[in-house]
Design a binder for this molecule. Sequence first.
Ligand SMILES: [Zn+2]
Length: 641
Amino acid sequence: MLLPFTIFLTYSILDSVTCKTSNIIPLTYDLLFKLPIIDFNGFSGSMVLHFNLTSLSQNISLDSVDLHSFKNISLINTIDLSHPKIDSIRILREKVEFTFEKSLFPGQYLLTVGEYNGRIRDGSEGLFERKSPLLYTTHLQPNFARRLFPCIDSPAVKSIFRVSVVHPTDTVAQSNTIAMDVHIESKEWQRTIFSATPQIPAYLLAFSVMPDTTLQLSRQTSFGVTVRVHGAKRATTIRVLDCALASFEILAGLVDVPLPLNKIDFILVPQYDGGMENWGHIAISEELAVNGDDAHMIYLIAHEIAHHWIGNRVTVSSWQYICLQEDLADWLALKAVKALLTDEIKLQRFQLSQYVEIQLVEDFLSPNHSLLMPEEVNQELINRHCYLKGVVLLDTLESVVGEQFMISVIKSLVGSHSSFNLTTFTSYFDQIRVDRNATVGQIYEYWFTQGGYPSILVENNGPSSRLQQLSKPLWPLKMTSTLSIPQFVFSESIVFASETAPLLVNLNFTSFMRVNYDSMTWAAIFKYMYEEPELFSAVGRAQLVSDFCYFYAHDNIENGHIIKDAVMDMIYTQPKYFELCDWNLYWCNSKSDKSLLSQILQSLAYRFSAFDSSSDFGCKNGQAAYNLNQMCDKLFGRKCI
Ligand SMILES: [Zn+2]
């Protein structure tokens, strides 16, 4: 999934308990959903689950939340065709447990649940509805499949799904695969039967029911996969179709592993954050499709398509590694953004927005975080940790091994694995040594699991330059610099000869670190930037301003206030070169009150998506900064940035 950068203020209580190793291995689910059932604003379901029981047991326990009224339960042993007798059904908070009179031997069984009921929600979890235009659709990541059907709800457990939907006769239903048959059941109801999915985890199952007047526009890709977009407004539907088709062509060409599908639907969902990569049935935010700028639009759509390889064909074995899955999808999606976005200014602006988001998360939302998540993850945790520094780390990895090598790793993951974890990924890099003691695989593992944001000090003292790591523990830091220095620095401090020019490192944020300089070097950098702003990229300018302000606010720069005045002067006389300046200047403006933005970002019961439309940008007149300051004014009687 991909969400626009969102800032949450509500802390949802985690209610998910992931099934630890279950003795049930599902093989196929035959699922029927009937909706909407107006009487209880919900749906009714029925299920036949074919599974392998791996150990002697008296119970069959499945993940299930808010499902009730289980009726007509039966079990068949598919080997001796016996019918074990059911003793009781227990509905627990996160489980439904069927207990049998006698213990069941290991083997294959068919469990039939003749009928059960569940809820239709108005949020964006499980099966949910939108009123205008009318839409019923599903969102099951990370652990909401259990709100739709009793299952083993784990990304590591993959099965084949055969879905049928019974829906009103004036609606159409779509799901992960194409419809094989549609027949009328009564004056009010018709049934759409979908072909079987390939092996997928439960969280990638999806279906939608929408009015039969909904637009459906489609086109075929050169890979034989049809892209179909379902939406209410023609212009938006066409925009998404163009973007999806172009993104699919780029990504399918790049990864070059065919997918076992013949169509991908895009469902435009109102009041929905970001997108979701359901197998063959992608949901995306209608608001973003209408208002998002081209870069964010391509990024979102390409991200969900990229997941069809990384995430859907090969899936993380545990939610602990969700950031690896998300960041690899992002890494691929950014290839599509760069290939499709021909306007250099738009591309720079997009990269700038990503840079600013990373700074906000590292400074305020999730300081010191690592990319390793708890197994019981929720969407808020994913948003606050994935898509950000992990993508920079993958870019840095690429700068060491090259793009072709990275793509060959993705091909191999997709082509020869059904699930993966951090070790599977780093094993591809274990043969590449950066020195006697470290491989690229070990370095990447360190970056992934270590919390924090490394920082270094570079001092240019005449004929030599000294580089010192300021943060502890020491990181293996990948260097790009204006002088020839080693590719990796592991030690606390190191001195280089620099007779001709000052040492500048990590320009354009090619590695994940902050850089402080001595005051003379800072003054020289900003003098040069003032005279020749176009020689820096948008990210390059923002990064130098942001790093300077950060170290200035922490009293790490001698005579910092004099340089600060010059920096502010430079920015306000040429604001067009410093879009989103309000965010990058945060530390320069708030030296005496470092907690205000932090407080507001962390505590407000308010969420917004920043920087995905062009009006959000601008220095001093960006909409995103304006909105935030309006809110701060109300709450604190002053601006936050
Ligand atoms: Zn994603």
